[in-house]
Design a protein around this ligand. Structure first.
Ligand SMILES: [Fe+2]
Length: 528
């Protein structure tokens, strides 16, 4: 079949499927091969915004996804590759363009574009934007990582995640964007997979959601694409992406609540769950500013990865979902005799070896384990029983002890653990056994609250005040929404927990709830 035959066939099919609006894109000249060089869009194609991510010393990924009708099947695009031009400038006004080119947005990838821009200067800001046909995206700011081995005075970055669209506004992302951090670590739960709910069951009874997911629980690639589109249409989230490069990892809700390797929460046939994982992995890659090294193959996707920021810090990003064994005791917060099962895996043998080798060979001042679920073995029963969150590391005591002992015995320099998942803020000092603390903690852990999941919070619940009193390793707990800023220098690590008084109102007020500091060489937490 010639290119023109194919074009005519596609045109007829598109007319049937999408009507005239999509077909206008095909009525323009074709570029080489089948890529459309001058598409005409019925609606603005950059409605999902732009993003940058995975910065390295001479570049970063820039991302966008063409979607003129974001919520429709086929999202208003012709099912043909489309050319997208991009440019990177040294200034906000794009007077000095330092790199530019053309990328193809393929229909197989939901018309997403992932450009790995190289040849840039290290440790500085750049601005980027895209164009397709006669349309141009808004601009985003990215920032390269410092040169390998460079002496770096300071890195200041944000930690955020758990952004349930229904539970509240993304005011925290608007404020995070204004902070203009060097990068954002997004610890996961970028989307939630559940159906739309007008009302959810809050801690004190039914609460009305501020907005609702479209449709039912998501299973297919089209479902996941539409869910990402719904989240990415939020202007505050777009502002946070446009403000800084992101390091993203996924947690459970990008696929299914509390999934573990081949097992979902309902114990679905793994062959069936594997199909859902494939859709989720593809949609995640399509919608995140990830390098080609994270291109999915079936259900497999490379999430764990590493980047040094000069001599100052080494960022180790983990995947605690794809390779873990099932949670113990039916994944319920009950007294559980299986926490010490020897065969348990949280990261899988290969990732665990990679992490320990990276930590022990690091030349960095601070060695960050940036990951998903709580590493503290927090006892959630204030009384004599011991109850832990079985989905957290406390439900996986064997691999947890292996990692913590490796950090302690092999003298990893200034380890710091960053965590999400809990929809609360916690700061604590990691011990191999929290009930038998050693004089020197192994590392500080900062668990950062949700952007929106859980709705309006309170400073501390009565239940967690009791839990904190029963857990000396836990130094701080707060149950409001927000994000954290980590300000890192060669001498100190400061974590600032920023919280909002409400997220069900548009005008929530952000304040600093707590500022905790760790001195290099001493893993104890102190008030800043
Ligand atoms: Fe979450």
């Amino acid at each position: 079949m010639s290119v023109l035959d194919c074009y005519a066939l596609n045109r007829r099919r598109l007319l049937r499927t999408f009507g005239a609006s999509a077909v206008t894109a095909l009525s323009m000249p074709l570029a080489s091969g089948l890529a459309l060089a001058q598409p005409v869009f019925a609606q603005y194609p950059f409605q999902l915004g732009v993003a940058s991510g995975d910065p390295w010393p001479d570049g970063f990924v820039i991302w966008t996804r063409l979607a003129p009708e974001p919520f429709e099947i086929g999202y208003g695009m012709p099912m043909a590759p489309v050319e997208v031009s991009w440019e990177v400038a040294a200034d906000r006004g794009f007077k000095t363009v330092v790199a530019k080119g053309t990328a193809i947005a393929p229909p197989e990838l939901g018309h997403s574009v992932h450009v790995e821009v190289g040849g840039l200067e290290s440790g500085r800001d750049y601005w980027y934007r895209f164009a397709a046909g006669k349309e141009r995206s808004l601009a985003g700011r990215a920032r390269t990582a410092p040169a390998i081995g460079a002496a770096v005075d300071r890195v200041r970055f944000a930690v955020a995640g758990c952004q349930n669209y229904e539970n509240g506004w993304y005011t925290a992302y608007r404020r995070l964007a204004q902070d203009a951090p060097d990068f954002v670590f997004q610890y996961g739960d970028y989307i939630y997979e559940g159906r739309g709910n007008r009302v959810w069951n809050g801690p004190n009874g039914p609460v009305e959601n501020v907005r609702q997911h479209f449709g039912s629980e998501i299973y297919t690639l089209d479902d996941y694409r539409r869910r990402y589109a719904q989240y990415k249409m939020d202007a505050d989230l777009q502002a946070a992406h446009a403000a800084a490069p992101w390091w993203v990892v996924w947690d459970d809700h990008e696929t299914d609540n509390n999934w573990a390797g081949e097992i979902d929460q309902d114990n679905t046939d793994p062959k069936l769950f594997n199909l859902r994982r494939q859709a989720a992995a593809q949609a995640y890659y399509e919608n995140m500013p990830l390098r080609a090294g994270s291109f999915p193959a079936g259900a497999a996707i490379q999430i764990y990865r590493r980047q040094a920021y000069g001599q100052l810090l080494q960022l180790n990003l983990l995947d605690t979902r794809q390779f873990r064994t099932d949670q113990p005791c039916g994944d319920k917060m009950v007294v559980c005799g299986a926490l010490d099962r020897p065969e348990a895996e949280m990261m899988g043998a290969r990732q665990e070896k990679w992490l320990i080798e990276g930590l022990t060979s690091s030349k960095s001042t601070w060695n960050v384990i940036a990951q998903q679920v709580m590493m503290m073995d927090l006892d959630r029963d204030p009384g004599p029983d011991v109850v832990v969150n079985p989905d957290s590391w406390a439900g996986y005591r064997t691999p947890r002890a292996r990692i913590l002992k490796a950090i302690r015995d092999r003298k990893v320099v200034n380890p710091v653990v960053l965590t999400g998942d809990e929809h609360q803020n916690f700061a604590g000092e990691l011990q191999i056994d929290g009930s038998r603390p050693e004089a020197r903690p192994i590392a500080p852990e900062f668990v950062v609250t949700s952007i929106s999941s859980g709705g309006d919070g309170v400073d501390q619940t009565e239940q967690y005040a009791k839990i904190q009193a029963a857990n000396p390793q836990l130094k701080f707990n707060n149950s409001q929404r927000g994000y954290a800023i980590c300000d890192v220098t060669p001498k100190t690590w400061t974590t600032e927990f920023k919280v909002l008084d409400a997220i069900t109102r548009r005008d929530g007020v952000l304040t600093t709830r707590k500022k905790l500091v760790v001195e290099a060489g001493d893993p104890h937490l102190a008030e800043a």
